[in-house]
Design a protein around this ligand. Sequence first.
Ligand code: ZN
Length: 213
Amino acid sequence: MTEVPIATPREAFEMLLAGNRRFVAGSPEHPNQDAARRTEIAPAQSPFAVLFGCSDSRLAAEIIFDRGLGDLFVVRTAGHVMGPEVLGSIEYGVSMLGSPLVVVLGHDACGAVAATRAAVADGTTAGGYVRDVVEKVTPSVLAARAAGHTEDADFIAEHIRHTVDLLLERSRALADAVEAGRVAVVGLSYRLADGTAHLVTARGLDLPLGSAA
Ligand SMILES: [Zn+2]
């Protein structure tokens, strides 16, 4: 029933980047946002990508990638930290809905990363369940510090790479799908000021790094 069946990880990735380019240029097409699309996909969904990103309100998935209903299976947490429910949701998108692409979406000036950098630097921690977020970002911050990084962009990139690695380490279903060539996992870094999404890391996608938008 779906209008644009997506066959390969590469096609899904290019479709996502094309939407981001329209958004950046200020000429969005708002595809799949009308009543006809709503009716068409009511019986079943087959999103072309699973998007796992930071909850930041400036990172609204369907807006920044200029997509609509039934296009993206979205999972977002502060600082894109993961636990069992997140892993289960991503596996559902890949295994049950057949999405060929998983995107980890981080961004500059991320509050979760900044809070973790401050906690590590001061030897303090956050209260309540925010502490869980900080603790899960901590390995990325420690790795970036150990590598001698001081710039925000380097901490963000490290955390995106770490999230992609952790995803494939913890989810056998996802790792197997990548191994089989059915799914790609990419890490993108989003710039709040200009709306561009940049490729940080990719698995299962034969693209040279830096070639993305
Ligand atoms: Zn964030």
